[in-house]
Unconditional design. Structure first.
Length: 221
C-alpha cells in the first residue's frame, strides 16, 4: 500500500501597499498560486505588524512609501520582533536611500513594481528559504553604489574559504543571480546555493547585499 503523497508547504503571505488598487489585485493573483496563501493585506506598516502578530506569517510583500509607518521602519521592527518572518520589498522606488535603507533594515528581497508574477513568486519562495533576490535594476544600482562607497580594497576574507567559494563570491559581487553563477561555473543551481550558504557562514555575511560589499572590499568585483 503506497503512502499518501505529502502536500507541499504553503507559504503564508501578507501583502502590504497603501493603494488598494495595487494591493487587492496583487493579493488576488498571488492567491491563485498553488503554494501561496495570502493570509492578510495591509495599508501601512502598523497594519503589517498587527497581521504578523496575529500570524502565523512566513513572508511580507512590503511597499516602502506608506502612511502611519513606512515599509523600512516596518521591516526593521519585523526583523527585531519577528526575525523568522521574511520581507520582500515591492516598490516603485529604486533610489540609493530606499535600497540601502530596506536591505539595511533586514529585507531579503527587493523588486520594483515592473516585476512580473513569476519574479514575485520566485522572490517570495527564495525569501522563505532564507535566500535573497534582487531584481536586475536594483542589483546594478546597489553594485554601483557600493563600489563608489567602498572604503578599501583587498580586505581579507577568511582563510578557510575554498577557491570555488571565492569564485562564487566574486560572481555575486558582479551582481549575478544564482542561475547565472551556475551557468558561469558549469555547476547546478543547488550546488551554488550550497557554496553560498557555506561562504556566508564562514565569512559572517548577512545577505546578498552584504556579499556584494564584501566582494568589492576584497577586490573580487
Amino acid at each position: 500500500m503506497s503512502e499518501p503523497t505529502q502536500e507541499p508547504q504553503r507559504l503564508r503571505v501578507v501583502v502590504a501597499d497603501d493603494q488598494a488598487a495595487v494591493r487587492e489585485p496583487l493579493a488576488a493573483v498571488l492567491g491563485l498560486t498553488e503554494d501561496i496563501d495570502v493570509v492578510a493585506s495591509a495599508a501601512n506598516g502598523s497594519e503589517v505588524l498587527t497581521a504578523v502578530t496575529a500570524g502565523p506569517v512566513d513572508v511580507v510583500l512590503m511597499d516602502l512609501r506608506m502612511p502611519v509607518m513606512d515599509g523600512i521602519e516596518a521591516t526593521r521592527r519585523l526583523n527585531e520582533e519577528h526575525p523568522d518572518v521574511a520581507v520582500v520589498v515591492l516598490t516603485t522606488f529604486a533610489d540609493d536611500d530606499s535600497i540601502l535603507g530596506a536591505l539595511g533594515a533586514g529585507a531579503r528581497g527587493y523588486l520594483t513594481k515592473n516585476a512580473g508574477r513569476q519574479d514575485i513568486t520566485r522572490a517570495i519562495r527564495a525569501a522563505a528559504a532564507g535566500q535573497s533576490v534582487l531584481d536586475r535594476e536594483v542589483q546594478d544600482r546597489l553594485l554601483a553604489t557600493l563600489r563608489t562607497k567602498a572604503p578599501t580594497r583587498g580586505q581579507a576574507l577568511p582563510e578557510d574559504l575554498t577557491p570555488r567559494e571565492r569564485e562564487v563570491l566574486a560572481l555575486i559581487g558582479q551582481g549575478l543571480p544564482n542561475r547565472a553563477v551556475a551557468e558561469k561555473l558549469f555547476i547546478s543551481e543547488a550546488t551554488v546555493k550550497t557554496h553560498i550558504n557555506n561562504l556566508f557562514a564562514k565569512a559572517g555575511i548577512r545577505d546578498r547585499a552584504d556579499a556584494v560589499r564584501r566582494a568589492i572590499e576584497a577586490g573580487l568585483a
